[in-house]
Design a binder for this molecule. Structure first.
Ligand code: PHE
Length: 336
């Protein structure tokens, strides 16, 4: 009975390009004064036998128009937003940040420097590029000494006077030239030697130098302080011995051994069955060194020692390959 053409209405809805236009059509057909409402409003005026059918037709029409409008509405809105991988989910746990930490070599340097600082030493640093004088001549290392050979030291290109220091002892010269006794100094730093890299050699490693100069400094002062050092680092049960040695810049000279940290002196593969491990070189500062820095060797005496930090760290932690220190493998570094 109604004269609305459903196909025409569907086409009209399909043509719409915006949600505003769509809403206009919704009002036109389904609004309070829309066509469906008008159809409904005349039903009471119809003959009683026509009312039921008219009502059903109006309802069917309303449902179909509603369906057309809904379908068009969702196609206008585009595809439904779906959860994507980068959608923010505030209930998810945060990403834990990896915390950095001090390198084991830095930790050992700090530990050793702290021990000597508690005994009154101060920390001094020197440059890694040194003069031949400070690295050798000033330290009473004669011209024909093998460690002065170009094969044992990195010289800078185009100069025979500048080099990468092969030990921290040149800082003795610098510090003594700068200050008068009394002097108690520790020097941590990098040193360089042209060695082929293997499980126990790097061409760059770290040393800690220590020296003390005053009137009446004795070998027993050296012994007492090194004993405090060794027991702080390796534990109170460690034994220590001084073994005669030669260094051009100390007289007398001694190498210091500790009882093997693995076998405690019985002899094992780590200590070459000797029961002892060498940890540093030391001695009483040679009078020629004092002359080079303008100290009167009749007035002052002093001791000096130098140790390799990687070696101390390897013995302390039972590490068997020095190259681990420069691989930056977090599985290694995280253990310290
Ligand atoms: N400079 C020496 C070395 O590198 C160590 C040392 C320092 C020895 C001070 C005696 C005194 O081997």
């Amino acid at each position: 009975m109604h004269n609305l053409d459903l196909a025409a209405i569907q086409a009209e809805i399909e043509k719409v390009n915006s949600s505003v236009e769509l809403e206009e059509l919704r009002l036109k057909y389904l609004g309070r004064k829309g066509l469906i409402a008008q159809m409904m409003s005349i039903i009471p005026d119809l003959a009683p036998e026509e009312r039921s059918q008219a009502g059903q037709e109006a309802n069917a029409l309303k449902n179909q128009i509603t369906a057309f409008l809904r379908q068009k509405g969702s196609s206008l809105a585009g595809p439904e937003p779906k959860a994507t991988a980068d959608a923010l989910d505030i209930t998810m746990p945060g990403i834990a940040q990896e915390l950095g930490q001090m390198h084991p070599i830095t930790q050992v340097i700090n530990e050793i420097c702290d021990i000597f600082m508690r005994m009154g030493f101060s920390i001094v640093e020197g440059p890694e590029i040194e003069t031949e004088f400070n690295n050798f001549t000033g330290l009473n290392i004669p011209l024909d000494h093998p460690s002065r050979d170009a094969f044992d030291t990195f010289y800078l290109r185009d100069t025979t006077k500048l080099l990468l220091r092969s030990h921290t002892s040149p800082v003795q010269i610098r510090a003594m030239k700068e200050k008068k006794p009394p002097l108690a100094v520790v020097v941590p730093g990098r040193v360089y030697r042209p060695d082929a890299t293997d499980a126990s050699h790097l061409f760059m490693f770290h040393q800690i130098e220590g020296f003390m100069v005053d009137k009446g400094i004795k070998f027993s002062d050296l012994k007492g302080m090194l004993e405090i050092f060794a027991k702080s680092v390796f534990g109170p049960d460690i034994k220590m011995r001084f073994r005669p040695h030669f260094f051009p810049f100390t007289e007398p000279s001694a190498e210091v051994d500790i009882s093997c940290v693995i076998c405690h002196g019985k002899g094992c593969s780590s200590c070459g069955r000797k029961g002892w491990l060498e940890i540093l070189g030391s001695g009483m500062i040679h009078p020629n060194v004092f002359k080079h820095v303008g100290y009167d060797p009749k007035k002052y005496t002093g001791f000096a020692f130098g140790m390799g930090v990687e070696r101390i760290a390897m013995l302390k932690y039972g590490i068997n390959d020095i190259r681990l220190f420069c691989e930056n493998d977090l599985r290694f570094l995280k253990q310290f």
